[in-house]
Design a protein around this ligand. Structure first.
Ligand code: BTN
Length: 299
């Protein structure tokens, strides 16, 4: 089945048909994209979809200049795709980017926002460990960012955030479909300086361009992320406990007092790490607790 690539601001234009990302049709796509999108736009370099390296699990790419939310677009597309088709949707800009719960996600120009529609069973991920996919994705982000920015300050905040020190670098939003497929959305601040962010955002986030003092090649960074994500999901399918242990070793909340909303209950305790099965471990006044889901509240 040919890949399809939407190169306009609509949900899914007819776009340009690709036979395979690595055959001669790429040239046509490059030329057309070069015409539609000059390589630089508003002071930053656009993604180059024909240069994205896809792991074997992904067979289609959609590229959008503007879209509401790549997760929402993936959900719409899922209805028409067979479950063995892995899809990547990447956008320069989201007008309605979503975070967990009711949170919005700011997609600054030069950041990276994408979603992957995939079947966890293809990786051998059992249904009971599918909830560890956000942790596996966060580990992949840490793996890649560490190659560019080595340092102990980068790590994970359960359940799905990547932080550098006290500031958020990336967030993961995984949504399940009734048929077991998942939509894994990932937003990462790459080439978007925080001077361009709304004040309420710039106070709490960090961007790689500010940390590195220069831009990254976002197309290459995306390819590295997709490869690391593929490896991390493979690891989850082979041995979930390896992912749990890695997440534990990267946990930035250890020894901190955390306040978590779990359904109607508010649980407060000292974080003792992340369990092999991805649960958050807390020492509470009533004894040890392991939480499998929850919303982190401010203390
Ligand atoms: C969070 O931190 O709460 C999760 C943020 C996830 C943001 C990404 S950006 C790409 C994808 N599309 C969305 O609307 N959200 C996710």
């Amino acid at each position: 089945m040919p890949n399809r690539l939407a190169a306009d601001g609509n949900d899914y234009a007819d776009g340009v048909g690709l036979v395979s990302p690595s055959n001669g049709a790429d040239m046509m796509v490059s030329a057309l994209l070069g015409f539609l999108f000059p390589p630089r736009h508003a002071g930053f370099r656009m993604l180059e979809p024909d240069r994205i390296r896809l792991p074997a699990s992904l067979s289609r790419v959609e590229y959008h200049a503007t879209i509401d939310s790549t997760n929402d677009a993936a959900r719409r597309r899922a209805a028409e795709l067979p479950r063995d088709v892995g899809l990547l949707i990447v956008a320069e800009e989201q007008t309605a980017g979503r975070g967990r719960g009711a949170n919005r996600w700011w997609t600054g120009a030069g950041s990276l926002a994408f979603s992957v529609l995939f079947d966890p069973s293809r990786y051998g991920i059992a249904v009971r460990y599918a909830s560890m996919v956000p942790l596996a994705a966060a580990i992949a982000v840490v793996d890649v960012v560490t190659q560019h920015l080595p340092g102990p300050a980068i790590g994970i905040r359960w359940p799905n955030d990547v932080y550098i020190g006290e500031r958020k670098l990336a967030g993961v939003l995984v949504e399940g479909l009734p048929d077991g497929r998942q939509i894994l959305g990932l937003g990462c601040n790459v080439n978007n300086p925080l001077t361009s962010a709304p004040p309420e955002v710039s106070a709490i986030v960090v961007s790689l361009i500010d940390e590195l003092g220069g831009r990254l090649d976002r197309t290459e960074f995306l390819s590295e992320l997709l490869s690391a994500l593929d490896a991390s999901l493979t690891r989850l399918g082979e041995n979930f406990a390896d992912v749990g242990r890695l997440a534990d070793s990267l946990c930035l909340q250890r020894e901190r007092v955390l306040n978590v909303q779990v359904g109607e209950e508010r649980v407060t305790g000292i974080c003792t790490g992340i369990a092999d099965d991805g649960a958050l471990k807390l020492d509470t006044p009533t004894g040890p607790r392991t939480l499998y889901s929850g919303v982190m509240l401010k203390i």
